[in-house]
Design a protein around this ligand. Structure first.
Ligand code: 5AD
Ligand code: SF4
Length: 445
């Protein structure tokens, strides 16, 4: 390509989880030394990276449809004498690298989640020739050690502390796409956290596919206590947790560490022991409910969030009703729910008793009705309370600012933009399904 290095433009489209959002930021950091600056859209880019998600079928299909559009754009640009590279990163790249290149010849590069630090090299090679295309090997330590310093400057930031999963839930591709569990060293995490705070972060969310399986010294509870001491860091969160790894130390941290926010994403997936067993979850519905009780004893106001799958193979009406019962009993503050999606290579994809699409859709709708009701009730319960809100961006309307409550609810109200980055008390006046509105309690000037 003959574009001067100083004018290269990069467009990254991110699908899926927060881990991908974090990885995309880091990808942009990795490519900055090669002269890449962010572009507004693919048309204005010399390099387009799709950072993909493979967790459900729809997610992967969206990638192929986006690639079809990019192939047309690339052809138009080529006709105008402009080059554009197309790279596929993330879990689809890991899971079906060779197939992507076969299905969409416009793809120049495929790079799995453990090989991002090699992207500059791969791009440099591709600039020269049609060189190496696949870099989907596993070496997580190398990845973290090789990525450059963080450059983002947001009020809230993600920080990956753990990657991969050894749980092998029978429906899930993550153990195959992200590899086995790996934890970064506490000192490296603390250094990254301090750098983020120095750049303006007031809240950090620790990320991991199984973040509470964090195996660095002191475990996740130790890490949280360590990071909570960083001056200027107001809030800590972590996600996603597995019920089996919810230790007493971590529950204790929720009672004692002020910076640790009263919010916990604790997927259960189903409420029937038969289905939980077939899912290879390693816990029963009773185990989960007892755990929730223990957590609520430590931190009574904690907001619980979960993930659910409706229509897992072999799920009977009675099993599904057990899921509804569990959802009602826990009364989640928020939740994600999905129709079971058959992922090639996972044991459940082979299982007998696959549920027809229409029945899955019907169950999902019933489940979502229950989950929405408890979310609305949780939000409504905040009306009249004064909540500390970390203001993190301008609001939608003029003169508004927006932020998050301790329970991760979106909150907005009238206030000056200068409050961005501050924790401000807000008297909650009204609650919608997805957000709260209130009056900022500002000290008189
Ligand atoms: N089908 C439907 N949902 C799935 N999830 C993971 N794999 C599948 C699948 N095959 C959901 C789980 C998980 C969340 C990230 O995605 O609920 O917790
Ligand atoms: Fe997938 Fe289960 Fe691991 Fe979560 S714990 S990433 S659902 S295998």
């Amino acid at each position: 390509m003959n574009v001067p290095a100083s004018e290269r433009r990069l467009y990254i489209k991110t699908y899926g989880c927060q881990m991908n959002v974090y990885d995309s930021e880091r990808l942009a950091d990795t490519l900055r030394p090669l002269g890449y600056r962010l572009a507004e859209d693919p048309a204005g880019a010399d390099l387009v990276v799709l950072n993909t998600c493979h967790i459900r079928e729809k997610a992967a299909e969206k990638v192929y449809s986006e690639l079809g559009q990019l192939a047309r754009l690339k052809a138009q640009k080529a006709a105008a004498g402009e080059a554009m590279l197309v790279a596929v990163a993330g879990c689809v790249a890991q899971a079906e690298g060779a197939e992507i290149v076969a299905r969409q010849p416009a793809v120049d590069l495929v790079v799995g989640p453990q090989a991002y630090h090699r992207l500059p090299e791969l791009i440099a090679r591709t600039h020269r020739a049609a060189g190496e295309r696949l870099a989907a090997d596993f070496a997580p330590e190398e990845k973290f050690d090789s990525l450059p310093e963080r450059t983002s400057s947001a009020v809230t930031a993600f920080l990956t502390v753990q990657e991969g999963c050894d749980k092998f839930c029978s429906f899930c591709v993550v153990p195959y796409t992200r590899g086995s569990e790996f934890s970064r060293a506490p000192a490296a995490i603390e250094a990254e956290a301090r750098a983020l705070v120095a750049r303006g972060a007031r809240e950090i969310t620790l990320l991991g596919q199984n973040v509470n399986a964090y195996a660095g010294e002191g475990g996740l509870a130790g890490l949280i206590r360590r990071l909570a001491k960083i001056p200027g860091l107001a809030r800590l969160r972590y996600t996603t947790s597995h019920p089996r790894d919810m230790t007493d130390e971590l529950i204790g941290a929720h009672a004692e560490v002020e910076a640790l926010m009263p919010y916990l994403h604790l997927p259960v997936q189903a409420g029937s022991d038969r289905v939980l067993k077939a899912m290879n979850r390693g816990h029963t519905a009773g185990d989960y409910l007892r755990l929730v009780e223990k957590i609520r004893r430590a931190r009574p106001d904690i907001a619980l969030s979960g993930d659910f799958i409706a229509g897992f193979p072999g799920e009977r009406e009675a099993d599904f009703e057990a899921t509804l019962d569990l959802a009602r009993e826990v009364a989640y503050a928020s939740a994600f729910s999905f129709k079971y999606s058959r992922r090639p290579g996972t044991p459940a994809a082979q299982a007998p008793g696959q549920i027809p699409e229409a029945l899955k859709a019907e169950r999902l709708a019933r489940l979502q009705a229950v989950l929405e009701e408890s979310q609305a009730a949780f939000n409504a319960a905040q009306v009249g309370r004064v909540l500390p809100v970390l203001i993190d961006k301008p609001g939608r309307d003029a003169g508004q600012v927006a932020g998050r409550s301790p329970y991760l609810q979106a909150v907005h109200g009238q206030g000056p933009q200068s409050l961005i980055g501050q924790v401000v008390p807000v008297r909650i006046a009204s609650a919608g399904r997805n957000s709260l509105a209130g009056a900022l309690q500002l000290a008189p000037a």
